[in-house]
Design a protein around this ligand. Structure first.
Ligand code: ADP
Ligand code: MG
Length: 464
């Protein structure tokens, strides 16, 4: 059985050759190479044109075979074809060429080269193999987001564009993005799937600017995506040049009907230090959130994970953990992993007593609510609503500021032992009845108003 795809193989070979070859030669001959097939130990690649084909064979034939054998551990042979006869599998790029050629008889060398380069980029995206739709447990908290992601993966570029998903840490945003990537890639609905964190996007951009590399290189990486998945967009806050670069990437892709999926830890409007034109575009398609998972969902996730690990986890242990890790699925999994590892090492069955012992320092088994200071509450609320604390404490009565203030009252009631009057004086000299009224208004509206619910759960998380 062949375990290497032609594309993966060629990618590794190119990396090796890149280090061994001078730059102009690499750019001219190696980079444009595209993988055609790797079957029965024969690697078939295509060069941009016939001339290049000869040069590649003469100058690199031996070493490519050597590298192939090194990588696969098998004897190998090599065939190099030229772009035209390459049997390159991408129908989309060929039809693209017909369009550009409209009325022009001879395709320019540039067009041909670009096409091969484009194809060469079509490597399997780097995605976590476990982050699939299949392994995602659907609950009331994520059902809507899950459905939307599934839709997008079925018809990339045609349903919701962009798709913006947000939610707190460890709730499955990255998992869903990878799931979309797997789905569009394996169904071949997209050839070029690019997953990138906005941090990596930023670093890539800075690196290209700093080293004076051609921006065309950077553009090729991102602007030729059929599906661009950009994770944790909040990282772009305050980075105006990268934002501007991302804006142009965004516009180019959307205009070409390519799919963009963005994740964030908060909704578009509450992103700080983000250009208005970006925020407004983020909301143009579909915005979907993942809320905190219910107890049932948390239990279902633990059960699935236990099944995957092929261990029999008693229900009462599932509930014991799920009761205590409430808002972060990564931590939920972490607790289970630790329990299973300890149970394995010590050959003890994972009972409740055993779980309580090995998880004591990560689970909140004390039942004591942690005290939070008024200062921390004010900071978190201001950060979430993107307002200054002097505005929060002022007499400004705009809707947003008034809401932020009431939410601060709510948290002060819930998480501190301050009296109503003390809270009032901390919040810009308001009297006790204002505080009491504000806090109960929020308590009543949490269940009704998803916007408030989201704010509360985000701010709680910030306070933890
Ligand atoms: P985020 O990107 O929102 O911080 P991740 O996608 O990294 O969160 O999820 C954290 C961990 O929890 C991952 O291992 C992921 O597989 C798992 N996870 C999150 N939500 C679910 C779910 N609904 N079903 C199964 N696993 C989940
Ligand atoms: Mg993530």
């Amino acid at each position: 059985m062949q375990t290497h795809s032609a594309t993966d193989l060629l990618e590794i070979i190119k990396q090796q050759l890149c280090e061994q070859t001078n730059r102009p030669k690499y750019e001219l001959l190696i980079r444009p190479l595209a993988a055609v097939s790797y079957e029965d130990d024969v690697l078939v690649i295509s060069a941009a044109n016939d001339m290049n084909r000869k040069w590649v064979l003469e100058q690199f034939g031996e070493i490519i075979i050597e590298l192939t054998e090194l990588i696969t551990g098998r004897r190998a042979s090599l065939e190099v074809v030229s772009g035209r006869e390459g049997g390159i599998e991408s129908p989309s790029s060929f039809s693209g060429m017909q369009h550009t050629d409209n009325g022009i008889e001879i395709p320019s060398a540039g067009t041909e080269q670009d096409e091969v380069v484009h194809r060469a980029q079509t490597t399997k995206p780097l995605l976590n193999p476990h982050y699939t739709f299949n392994e995602f447990v659907v609950g009331a908290n994520n059902q809507f987001c899950y459905n939307a992601c599934w839709q997008v993966a079925q018809r990339p570029g045609q349903s919701y564009n962009p798709m913006f998903l947000y939610g707190g840490v460890g709730l499955g945003k990255t998992h869903l993005m990878h799931a979309i990537g797997h789905e569009v890639w394996s169904s071949r609905r997209a050839d070029n799937v690019v997953y990138v964190t906005s941090e990596k996007f930023t670093n890539d951009f800075i690196e290209h600017v700093r080293t004076g590399q051609r921006m065309s290189e950077f553009h090729r990486r991102y602007r030729q995506a059929d599906v661009l998945l950009i994770d944790d967009i909040q990282f772009l806050s305050g980075k105006s040049e990268t934002q501007s670069e991302f804006f142009h990437t965004f516009m180019e892709l959307v205009e070409a009907g390519k799919q963009i999926i963005i994740s964030s830890d908060r909704p578009p409007r509450t992103l700080k230090g983000m250009e208005e034109r970006l925020i407004s575009r983020f909301g143009m398609g579909l915005v979907a959130d993942i809320a905190d998972p219910s107890l049932e969902t948390r239990v279902a996730i633990l059960r699935q994970k236990a099944r995957q690990e092929k261990v029999n986890l008693p229900d009462e242990v599932c509930y014991f953990i799920a009761d205590r890790v409430t808002s972060n699925i990564r931590e939920l999994e972490g607790a289970l992993t630790r329990l299973l590892a300890f149970s394995d090492f010590s050959s003890s069955p994972p009972t409740i007593e055993f779980a309580a012992r090995v998880l004591a320092d990560i689970l909140d088994t004390s039942g004591i609510r942690r005290e939070v200071s008024m200062r921390q509450i004010i900071n978190a609320v201001c950060e979430y609503f993107n307002i200054s604390d002097s505005l929060l404490l002022s007499s400004n009565r705009s809707k947003r500021v008034a809401l932020a203030r009431m939410i601060a009252m709510y948290f002060a009631r819930e998480f501190t032992n301050l009296t109503l009057s003390q809270i009032g004086s901390e919040l810009g000299n308001r009297d006790h009845s204002t505080v009491s009224h504000g806090a109960s208004k929020i308590t009543a509206e949490i269940v009704e108003d998803p916007y408030i619910e989201q704010a509360i759960s985000q701010i709680s998380r910030m306070l933890k």
